[in-house]
Design a protein around this ligand. Structure first.
Ligand SMILES: [Fe+2]
Length: 278
């Protein structure tokens, strides 16, 4: 019982801190919802006569996850060379089911994304913290491009998805898509065609291009080839096999079709607003 009281006062404390944190509206709303859910869970357990160990552990894990996510997003700090860390998922591993399975999310986030973070850290240490070795310079530059792009694209990808999708674009991104592509349907079809056209491994990316003040769509091979300069990714879709194969096998087109159900249009909209203010 004393643990529940402590947890309850921690939730109250964090809710108070949210008022001063540098968070945009969407992030702030997300934290508030997660904290409200945790508070409800504490209340429910407090009302019970017997609380099982399993329930306590599950509650502890939820609290830990929320606190990790909060710490990560609230730290607007300089990341030293070779010190990148895997960002926590903004939702539970099973939150995107049935569209993306828990098994895929665990492997994709914990193993694949972690390996890009490790690879980027390795490359940065060689490139920036050691004397230049001209023999291996190109190798480490290639490693930086591959793992760096992998790390940054996956970091965008997780936040581009949500179990509470509006299913269709909202606000400014809706207006911009209609202005540049004619309609939401036309954009969706073109983006899906681009994603399906990726040969082997890569991404489909909706980007904002400041020099021309308009949106564009680009496929990227691996994480870094075909890249387009001076453009800011707003919405990215991972079409590497590791993103869908365990669930969809060779049905890449079905994965792409289903993925539209979990797009976080509020996040895409916020990225567009930020990109326009650069
Ligand atoms: Fe991936």
């Amino acid at each position: 019982m004393s643990y529940l009281k402590e947890l309850e006062s921690w939730v109250n404390e964090v809710q108070g801190l949210l008022g001063n944190a540098k968070l945009d509206d969407n992030q702030s709303k997300l934290w508030r919802n997660q904290l409200d859910e945790l508070k409800d869970e504490v209340k429910r357990l407090k009302a019970k006569e017997v609380i099982t160990e399993k329930e306590i552990i599950s509650l502890q894990n939820k609290g830990k996850q929320i606190s990790n996510r909060f710490m990560y997003h609230n730290e607007k700090r300089v990341i030293a060379y070779g010190e990148h860390k895997l960002p926590p998922l903004p939702y539970e591993y099973n939150a995107l089911e049935p569209y993306i399975s828990e098994e895929i999310m665990r492997l994709h986030h914990d193993k694949h994304h972690q390996s890009y973070v490790d690879g980027l850290n390795r490359a940065e240490k060689r490139l920036y913290l050691e004397e230049t070795n001209k023999e291996t310079l190109k190798h480490w530059l290639r490693e930086q491009a591959f793992h760096g792009s992998g790390h940054y694209l996956h970091s965008i990808f997780w936040n581009n998805m949500t179990p509470r999708s509006t299913k269709k674009p909202v606000k400014e991104i809706k207006r911009q898509i209609e202005m540049d592509f004619g309609s939401w349907e036309q954009f969706k079809n073109k983006f899906s065609d681009v994603a399906n056209s990726v040969e082997g491994v890569g991404w489909a990316i909706l980007f904002w291009n400041p020099p021309s003040n308009r949106l564009g769509i680009q496929s990227v091979e691996k994480h870094q080839l075909f890249n387009i300069a001076d453009s800011i990714p707003l919405l990215v879709l991972d079409v590497w096999e590791h993103a869908y194969y365990l669930q969809y096998r060779t049905g890449k087109d079905k994965y792409i079709e289903n993925w539209w159900n979990i797009v976080n249009w509020n996040d895409v909209n916020q990225r567009l607003l930020n990109a326009k203010h650069l």
